[in-house]
Design a protein around this ligand. Structure first.
Ligand SMILES: Nc1ncnc2c1ncn2[C@@H]1O[C@H](COP(=O)(O)OP(=O)(O)OP(=O)(O)O)[C@@H](O)[C@H]1O
Ligand SMILES: [Mg+2]
Length: 466
């Protein structure tokens, strides 16, 4: 699909020149606007995939245009063009939610790189759904599904936090319980959410890179710092910063973060100026942070700072009554995504979903339904479409589900063999000898089949006895 780009500049000649420079015809669909109101009106009817706007314009400046676009569409890539004299205002545009500013004369390669990256990051939208509807569904409080009182509490917490201008929130709970979902809902349902939602996973980067990402740096602060760069804290100014997996933050950054939280000011690496920002800070972890504090791995003073308002998301096994509702929601979502007419879940299948322990919580349920939807063909999602649940866990539902290896219908012989071997290995907890015996083949033969089917990563190699 060709991306649509709107260019706004009070100098139409410049805008057309820029459009012509953005590459061969057909690469983008480009529309040029001379007046902001024309662009805003068209945006409401037909949202583009990206906007490039001039900064200084007679009736409505680029900062204001950015602000309005950002409110209407939290994820629209917006690039602001500016002359050298207006750099200070360009920073306001960033605060209003622009992705980047570029100084005129624009370096086309740079603009193309930024555009391509921003377009690639954009979430795919269902055909027909308007941008705003899709956003609303994805990120509002209503996207947090469940009727259990514990889920009601989660939604009430989100509403309370969204109503406060700059809360500091800690989200706890096992993996897959919805911490990221809740963080987004807090940001997007807040009337104060003019700024951006920025998230970073503290375990994703080594400490020095994470520090540079968070705080930004001056040109020359270290060898690779060829240009100055704003940190994520600055990018999130006026919006929300989610520090995910906060328990993984190293000791030095813990100290720096505490400092920042106490003063709401920081310095870029290599910089001397203190920068003040207003961000809503949300931290999240699936670890027991209190235990980390007791073990001396997480600073107690930082813990008290970030735990002002905290919420523990319930594991799925504690909100079992919502399993049918959630399962059906995912069935519906994937039947639309896969364009299948699977209208309901068979009661026998629901029974199995009900009995499962769900160590991976809602994410696991979502994955299980997604996989089942791939296999299902008729109007019902059936027990046979469900994946075989793992080794020891299966015992828990052995009575309600006597046939040990439910292989989905329609598998090729090779797929069935692969699945059967995988299940047998699971059943024997990876014991090669017992698995080979159960399958009636030699250990060597089993090893060759595992190799063929990519099943070698889980169990050790054979000792060579054929
Ligand atoms: N109550 C809910 N209603 C609808 N979807 C949910 C709910 N809870 C979780 N999900 C979905 O489950 C998946 C996992 O949620 P999320 O990524 O927020 O979990 P998490 O707690 O951040 O996990 P991790 O600790 O592994 O990062 C997402 O697809 C999310 O949309
Ligand atoms: Mg998460």
């Amino acid at each position: 699909m060709v991306a649509t780009i709107y260019i706004l500049d009070d100098d139409p000649t410049y805008a057309k020149l820029l459009a012509a420079n953005l590459g061969p015809a057909g690469r983008f669909r480009i529309a040029v606007f001379e007046r902001p109101d024309a662009l805003l009106a068209r945006h409401a009817d037909e949202p583009p995939d990206a906007v490039i706007t001039d900064l200084v314009m007679p009736d409505l400046n680029g900062v204001e245009v950015t602000r309005r676009l950002r409110v209407a569409d939290p994820h629209l890539p917006i690039f602001v063009l500016t002359g050298h004299a207006d750099i200070a205002t360009a920073v306001d545009a960033l605060k209003a939610g622009a992705n980047e500013y570029l100084t005129k004369p624009v370096n086309i390669d740079e603009l193309l790189t930024l555009l391509t990256r921003a377009l690639a990051d954009r979430p795919l939208l269902e055909a027909g759904a308007s941008l705003e509807q899709a956003r609303g569904r994805e990120y509002s409080v209503e996207a947090i599904l469940g009727q259990d009182p514990k889920v009601e509490e989660v939604r009430a917490f989100v509403r309370r936090m969204a109503a406060i201008a700059r809360p500091t929130v800690l989200l706890l709970g096992e993996s897959g319980t919805g911490k990221n979902l809740v963080a987004r809902a807090i940001h997007y349902s807040s009337p104060h959410s003019g700024g951006r939602f920025v998230e970073i996973n503290c375990s994703a980067l080594p400490a020095n890179l994470l520090e540079a990402e968070l705080f930004g740096y001056k040109k020359g602060a270290f060898t690779d710092a060829r240009e100055a760069k704003r940190g994520l804290i600055e990018v999130a100014d006026g919006g929300t910063l989610l520090l995910d997996e906060i328990a993984e933050l190293g000791p030095e950054l813990q100290a720096k973060l505490l400092n920042f939280l106490e003063s709401r000011r920081f310095r870029r690496l290599g910089g001397t100026d203190e920068i003040e920002v207003a961000v809503r800070l949300i931290t999240a972890t699936n670890r027991n942070l209190e235990e980390q504090v007791q073990a001396g791995r997480f600073r107690a003073d930082l813990y008290y700072r970030i735990t002002v308002a905290s919420l523990v998301l319930p594991p799925l096994r504690e909100i079992r009554r919502d399993i049918p509702l959630l399962a059906d929601h995912f069935r519906d979502a994937f039947s639309r995504e896969f364009k299948k007419k699977v209208a309901a879940i068979d009661p026998a299948a629901l029974e199995i979903l009900d009995a499962w322990r769900w160590p991976g919580n809602v994410r696991e349920l979502r994955n299980v339904i997604e996989r089942a939807m791939i296999f299902s063909d008729g109007p019902l999602l059936k027990r046979a479409h469900l994946p075989p649940f793992g080794g020891a866990e299966r015992a828990a539902r052995a009575d309600s589900h006597p046939d040990k290896f439910p292989l989905p219908k329609g598998l090729s012989l090779a797929d069935a063999e692969r699945e059967y071997i995988r299940l047998t290995l699971e059943e024997t907890d990876g014991n090669i000898q017992r698995a080979a015996e159960a399958l009636g083949i030699s250990r060597k033969n089993l090893w060759e089949k595992r190799k063929k089917y990519g099943l070698l990563e889980t169990a050790p190699d054979p000792g060579g006895d054929a």
